[in-house]
Design a protein around this ligand. Structure first.
Ligand code: ZN
Length: 272
């Protein structure tokens, strides 16, 4: 009797939308497994690109551990017909995680460790890498799409005006529940309207009893433009100082408006 075939995972699903000279491409696939996908293990003499996702991620990132859920094949890519592009994916986002030191302020970490001295996970705080997977990734630029200084801001009021949504998607990149002590999550969303396209790449972090942090990168390109405005902000507050209830600070899409701004970077991506 022949053995039943190994269940084959479905191939990544792709969606593409053309908006003037821009092409918006979304790729979505399954969660990366926690074991090497190659029987007997990947050949270490192979280029990282030729290894399975897990071996590639481990080799390139050199993080002591990876988030529980990594969508290694998911991405959002926006390309201009002139050749340049900006891409959001988990690998590049995780490359921006600090491998050498933890990012959470010691004061927070100490208070948290005290509150949970019996918790094994709390001991991870002393490990010298950012176990919260906080990223300051702003999108990977390629080709002739270049960043230049700008003071031009995205008109958020204009974006609140109700418009037809011509294309929308949400792409998960990574997530981890920090052993039930909170949440760290990286997601990118894209929305195309008749007046332009808008992207929010968001890293949300909540460490229970300690902190909520939201790092956002927003992109906006008005219809007909050959440039993209890019704004990155980092907002955070200790949970003890937040005057909102848990349903608010557990919602990444709502809580950012209640967090004080810590840093901000504004620039413009231009096709050269
Ligand atoms: Zn492998």
């Amino acid at each position: 009797m022949s053995r039943p075939a190994e269940p084959k995972l479905p191939p990544p699903r792709e969606a593409e939308y053309m908006f003037d000279d821009w092409t918006i491409k979304v790729t979505k696939s399954h969660i990366m497994g926690s074991q090497c996908e190659v029987q007997g293990g990947c050949d270490e003499s192979l280029e990282p690109e030729k290894r399975c996702n897990l071996c590639r991620y481990e080799h390139i990132l050199r993080l002591p551990s990876l988030p529980d859920m990594v969508f290694a094949d998911n991405s959002l890519k926006i390309s201009h017909k002139g050749g340049g592009s900006i891409t959001f994916n988990a690998l590049d986002a995780l490359k921006c995680v600090n491998v050498h030191e933890e990012n959470l302020q010691v004061a927070h970490a100490e208070a948290w460790k005290e509150a949970r001295s019996n918790c094994e996970f709390a001991q991870k705080v002393v490990k010298p890498y950012d176990w919260t997977y906080t990223t300051d990734f702003r999108g990977a630029l390629d080709g002739n799409l270049l960043a230049e200084k700008s003071s031009e801001r995205i008109d958020l009021d204009k974006l609140r005006v109700r418009e037809e949504i011509k294309f929308y998607d949400e792409v998960f990149l990574y997530e981890d529940e920090l052993d039930d002590n909170g949440s760290t999550r990286c997601v990118v969303k894209v929305r195309v309207m008749p007046s332009g396209f808008f992207v929010v790449f968001r890293h949300y972090l909540r460490v229970d009893q300690v902190i909520v942090r939201v790092n956002d990168t927003r992109l906006y390109s008005p219809k007909g433009a050959s440039y993209i405005l890019r704004e990155t902000s980092s907002r955070e507050a200790p949970i003890s100082k937040l005057r909102v209830d848990a349903s608010v600070y557990k919602d990444a899409d709502v809580v950012w408006q209640h967090l004080p701004l810590v840093t901000e970077t504004v620039d413009k991506l231009v096709v050269v």
